[in-house]
Design a protein around this ligand. Structure first.
Ligand SMILES: [Mg+2]
Length: 309
């Protein structure tokens, strides 16, 4: 049995573990089943072993903003936007779409970042990267008992940088799945279908049915928000067992999908960690964790707890 506290901590710690586990393999090919991913660092940004990347750094920005402004959505959005703009100045690994938006924002405010995102979207109407999905899980911590409030927050935080409907709706669906797991409702990636545009529900049901129990490598390349979500759900729904067994197998399967390995494993970790808790995260991973903001596994767990109402 897990507690809400354990699951809340697991959400962020497993997300960071997936991120750090995927870092060494970023932009590499899909890996065969017999490869056991190791948290050895490296990757394009030459990370240290156990060091998490942009996915968790941006999640930390969101979590801190929600912690500092409970129940004050606009102020939390402003705080997160300000942190994003500050973070990207020294981030070696910000996603292309995210960097373009944040670099062109006229001020470190939600309104300015949102406006820059709209301009970027007009210039690249097809751009629908996974940069908002990778940082959305922590939003479920802010209002675990209110699924509509969580969906609204997920939407608004996604729109800061990724206004394409595929990005926004993938965030709404994933955050609702995380919220449900966090509150003891188990794993159900379709549970948020009623929270998205009615005309898009069948499309999303088909996309998620196709991923259920599938080989995560099938959805490569996974830089697109839809294939990233499919990869993460395939990794979880095809992983046998429960608790630490399912969590470990799912994160390793996500990394083996290749391409955007740290991001898809971070997304995977947000949900499977909310399901099974920090107590299910292997110690040999969590003891190595560190990164942006000076956090380690223990303080990431405390940060997650501090976002809960
Ligand atoms: Mg990354």
């Amino acid at each position: 049995m897990t507690s809400l506290a354990d699951r809340a901590q697991g959400l962020l710690i497993a997300q960071a573990c997936g991120d750090a586990l995927g870092v060494p393999y970023e932009f590499g090919p899909p890996l065969p089943e017999n490869v056991v991913p190791q948290m050895v660092g490296g990757g394009p940004a030459e990370r240290e072993p156990g060091e998490y990347s942009d996915d968790t750094a941006m999640s930390v920005c969101v979590a801190e903003a929600l912690r500092d402004h409970p129940g004050a959505e606009d102020r939390a959005l402003d705080a997160a936007a300000g942190s994003f703009v500050d973070w990207v100045k020294t981030a070696p690994d910000a996603g292309r779409q995210t960097r373009r938006v944040l670099d062109s924002a006229s001020a470190p405010t939600a309104a300015a970042v949102y406006e820059a995102a709209q301009a970027t979207w007009r210039a690249e109407p097809e751009a629908a990267g996974n940069g908002a999905l990778m940082r959305t899980a922590v939003i479920a911590l802010a209002r675990p008992s209110d699924r509509r409030a969580v969906a609204r927050l997920a939407r608004r935080f996604a729109e800061l940088t990724h206004p394409h409907p595929d990005c926004v709706e993938s965030c709404v669906l994933w955050t609702e799945a995380v919220r449900r797991a966090l509150t003891g409702g188990g794993l159900d990636v379709l549970s948020g279908l009623d929270l998205i545009d009615e005309d898009h529900r069948d499309i999303w049901r088909d996309r998620l049915d196709a991923a259920t129990g599938a080989d995560p490598r099938r959805f490569a390349p996974n830089g697109y928000t839809v294939t990233a979500l499919q990869t993460a759900w395939a990794a979880i729904s095809s992983a046998p067992g429960d608790g630490a067994v399912q969590l470990t197998i799912a994160l390793m399967a996500a990394v083996r999908s290749g391409h955007d390995t740290d991001t898809v494993a971070a997304i995977t970790g947000g949900l499977v960690g909310a399901r099974w808790g920090a107590s299910a995260v292997p110690r040999e991973w969590s003891r190595l964790l560190h990164g942006y903001g000076g956090y380690d596994a223990e303080s990431l767990g405390r940060l997650a707890m501090s976002v809960l109402p």
